[in-house]
Design a protein around this ligand. Sequence first.
Ligand code: WTA
Length: 676
Amino acid sequence: MSEKEIRGASEAEIAVLWGEEPYVYPSTEFIAQANMTDPGIYKRFSLENFPNCFKEYADLLDWYEYWHTTLDTSDAPCWKWFVGGKINASHNCVDRHLARHRNKTAIHFVPEPIEEKTEHVTYQELWVRVNEFAALLRDFAKLKKGDRVTLHMPMVPELPIAMLACARLGVIHSQVFGGFSGRACADRIVDSQSRVLITMDAYWRNGTLGDHKKNADIACELAARDGQKVDTVLVWQRYPGKASSPTPMVKGRDHYVNELLPDFYGARVEPEKMPAEDPLFLMYTSGTTGKPKGCQHSIGGYLAYVAGTSKIVLDIHPEDVYWCMADIGWITGHSYIVYGPLALGASTVVYEGVPTFPDAGRAWRISQDLGVNIFHTAPTAIRALRKLGPEEPAKYRYRYKLMVTVGEPIEPEVWRWYHAVVGKGEAAIVDTWWQTETGGFLCSTLPALKPMKPGSAGPGVPGIHPVIFDEEGNAIPGGTGRAGNICIRNPWPGGFQTIWGDRERYVRQYYARYCRNPQSKDWRDWPYMTGDAAVEAADGYFRILGRVDDVINVSGHRLGTKEIESAALTVPEVAEAAVVPVAHEIKGKEPDLYVSLKPGFSPSAELEERIGQAVVREIGKIAKPRKVWIVRDMPKTRSGKIMRRVLAAISNKKDVGDVTTLANPEVVEEIARMAG
Ligand code: WTA
C-alpha cells in the first residue's frame, strides 16, 4: 500500500470506530433570547440565493458607498466581494457606536497580576486612543494607505488600538503572535516588507514580566540580513513612563510610544474611505512547505462575515460581556475578539496572561467579576482547566448562556465536562470549525436552531456548503462513515483573497486539486480545499478528524512540520530532521523530533538539549519538542522519502504496520526499541 492509501484507510477507520453521539438540546431560556431563531435562514442562504444572501451580513455595517457587484469572479479563484463599496473597519468598530454606546465598555482589559486593576476602555476612550495613535502612525511613522506594518504585541488593549489605528488609515497590519521568537517575527517582516514594527517592552505571562523588547532587536537584525530594513520601531511601555525591559533602545530607530503620544494629544483622523476589496490585514499561518503563508484578508467581505457570524453563531447582543481566551495574534482573536464583537458594539475581554494563573479558578473569577456570559476557548484550555481544577467552576457565580470551542477536535468526554461543569448544564455550546484562511466559521450549529452533538462541529453555517471529496474527486455522501477531504463548494465573503505575494501557491494549495477547469470564471468549478479530513453523518453534521497534510496542531495552534525541522537543521551537527505529532492529554498534540547526525558526530544529552533550544529560538516555546530522539538513520521509502507515519506510530506507541517495503526496515526496529 502507498502512504496515501494507508492514511486514507486509517482516517476511514477512525470514523467507523467513532460512534454517533446523541443530540444535546439548548434550554428554552437560551432560545427565547437568541439572535437567530428563524429556521428560514438556511433557505435564505441556500445556493439558489448565492451570492446575494450575504447582503444580510453586509447590511450589519455602515458603508460610505454601496457596492455595485456582490461577487466578482473575473479573476477566479481570487474572489472579490462587494466591489464598488467603500467602507472603513475602524469606523465600523469604533466611531459608529459613539452615538448610543459612548460610555459603554468596549474592552475590559484584565492584567495577569491579580493585584492590578481591570481597565475598562469605553468606546469614547477607544475612539480617542485609536485616533491619536493613527495620527502618530501617519505623521511620525509616515505610514500611508497600502503600507504593511508588523505588530509583535502581547495581549494588551494597545494591540486592538494599533490594529484599529492601522485600519483607520488603510494601512495593512500583520500581527505576529507575541509568543513567537524574533526569528519568526523577522520572517514575517521580510515577507510583508514592513519598515515599521510595533511592539511592547514587556508583558506578564505565568507570573513573570518577560523581556519582549529583545525580540524586536533580533527581528530587525535578522530582517535586515534578509534584505528588509526596519527604520522605525514603536515600543509601547507595559508601564508607561517606566522601562520594563533591560534591552536598550536603539537610537534613531526605537521610540517609546508614550513619549511620542503627547504630540498627538487631541488629534483626530478621518477614517479613509477604503474600497471594500482592499486588504485589511495579513495573518501568517503554517503550511506544508517551509515558508509561512501571509493570508490576505479584505476589509468589506471579512468584516461583514465576522460581524454576521458573531451575531448569529456567537449570539452576541450589545449588552453581553463576551470573553474569548484566544490570543489576538491568531485568527480567532482577530475575528472574534476584535473585529466581530466590536463591529457589533459588544464588550470584549482582553486577558493578558494564562488562564490558570495563579490558580485554576482565575478564569471563573474573571467571568464572575465581569459578568461574562459568552465564553470562547479551545479544547486544550478546557483540558488544562479540567485537569487542574475539575471542581473549581462550581465555586463561582458566573453564568454563561453560550460557550464556544475552536481550534481542534474536542473529545466527547471533554465536551461533556465543558457542558456540565463549566456551562453548569445550562449554557449552549457551539463547536466552530474554520481556519486562518477562511476568516470566519465554516461549520457550527446555530445555537438556537440546531441541537448540539458532542465531538461534531455541525452542519455548514448559513451560506457555507461543505462537501467531502474522495481521492478521485467524487463526493462522499453523508451517513456512509467514509472519510475524505472536506471542501467548500462556494466562495464566501470572509475567505482570504490570496497568499501575500504568492498567488500561484494560493491556487495550487487550495484550489488546484479539485478544480474542474483552470480557465473557468465560474465559482462552481473551484471548490476550496481545506486540507482537513472529515466525515459527514446522515444528519449533515461534520466531524473533523484533523489535518491531512504535514501540520501539527499544538494547543490549537498550527505549526508547520517543515518550520520545526528547518529549525533543527540550524544545529550544525544535524543531518536530517523529522517531526511528528504525539498525542498529549492537554495540548492535543505535541511535536516529537527525530534527527540523524552528520558523519563524525555522536549523540549526547547536551546535543539533544541544544536542538530543542534551537526550535525554541527559531519558532518559540510553543513548538518545543516533547523529546529529541537522535537516531542512526531515518526510516525511508525507496525513493528516499522520510516515513513520518512510521515515526509517528512509534512515538504514539502504535503498530507501525508493514514496513517491509522500506529502504531500511531494520532502523524501524532500532528506533522502536529506543523510543517505544
Ligand atoms: C483545526 C483556527 C476540529 C482544523 C480557527 C483546521 C478544528 C485548523 C476546529 C485551523 C474544530 C479548527 N474542530 N478541528 N472546531 N477548529 N480546527 O488556521 O484542522 O489556526 O484546519 O484556525 O485547526 O487552524 P487555524
